[in-house]
Each structure stands twice: as C-alpha cells, then as structure tokens.
Design a protein around this ligand. Structure first.
Ligand code: RB5
Length: 150
C-alpha cells in the first residue's frame, strides 16, 4: 500500500504522529508538505495529494488541516477522489465499506493523536464491501463527474 499525506499549518503538529504510525506499520508514504508552521493555503496540499492519488501513484491519501473541512472540500472537487471528512472510527470504517473512499481528511483542532491513529488504521485497513447496492451508489457518484453542471 502506498499513501500520500499532506497538511497545512493547522495540521502540522499531528502529521509527525501520523508519520510515526506509518513508519511503525511499514507503510510506504510520500509527504507532500507543508513542512513549516508558516501559514499556507490548505488548497495547495489537498490538490497535490489528491492528484497523485487520482493519477494512481498512491492507493490512498490522508489530509490534515485545522478542521479537515477545507481539505475535504478541495479533495472532492478532484475527479476520481472520494474524500471522507471524518473524526470517528465508526465512520472511517463505514466510509471504506460503503463509499470506497480513497482519501480521508480530519482536523488537528478537533481530534487528538490517539483517536487519529485509530481512525487512520480503520481507514487504511477496511476493505470496500463490494455489495451491489454500494457499487451502484459509488457508480452514481462517478457518473456525476462526467456531467457538466451550469
Ligand atoms: C487554517 O487556519 C484553517 O482555516 C485550515 O487549517 C482549515 O481548518 C480549513 O478548513
């Protein structure tokens, strides 16, 4: 499994905890930044991570900002990305089983390191259910990407 990770200044303190977890689990990852506490735009890091996932270079993406909201909004604008804004383990597991999400976003100002690791673990190691109804619904999401809305 290859994972792309990124944060803005609002997620810079939680990212080392995530990196430590990935290293201990032996999970291959690339850190797309930011690497400093200077204020940056979350948009740029969400775009870098999500385009790399959408291109197939990485299996999953993990985004951290202050709330996870800005990152998730940007992520879900990118074709091929289904991003869950998620702060609990139940939802992290369910969104993999039901929505086949490939990116997760959460906020450093919302959760602590212990819960974050449990959420990430559930997200990375829960498989899509492959139930017909969930396949149908994910296909409907994908079909929206082909439409041109005015
Ligand atoms: C940065 O202050 C903050 O707005 C950002 O990290 C994120 O929470 C945006 O949604």
């Amino acid at each position: 499994m290859k994972v792309a990770i990124g944060c803005d200044h609002g997620g810079i303190n939680l990212k080392p905890v995530l990196i430590d977890y990935l290293n201990k689990k032996g999970i291959e990852y690339k850190d797309f930044g930011t690497f400093e506490k200077t204020s940056v735009d979350y948009n740029d890091y969400a775009e870098s991570v999500c385009t790399a996932v959408a291109d197939g270079q990485f299996d999953k993406g993990i985004l951290i900002c202050g709330t996870g909201i800005g990152m998730s909004i940007v992520a879900n604008k990118i074709k091929g990305i289904r991003c869950a804004h998620c702060h609990d383990v139940f939802s992290a597991k369910a969104t993999r089983e039901h929505n086949d999400t490939n990116v997760i976003a959460f906020g450093e100002r919302v959760i602590g390191p212990g819960l974050m690791i449990e959420i990430v673990d559930a997200f990375l190691f829960t498989e899509f259910s492959n139930d017909a109804r969930h396949i149908r619904r994910v296909d409907k999401i994908k079909s929206l990407e082909q439409k041109n809305f005015k």
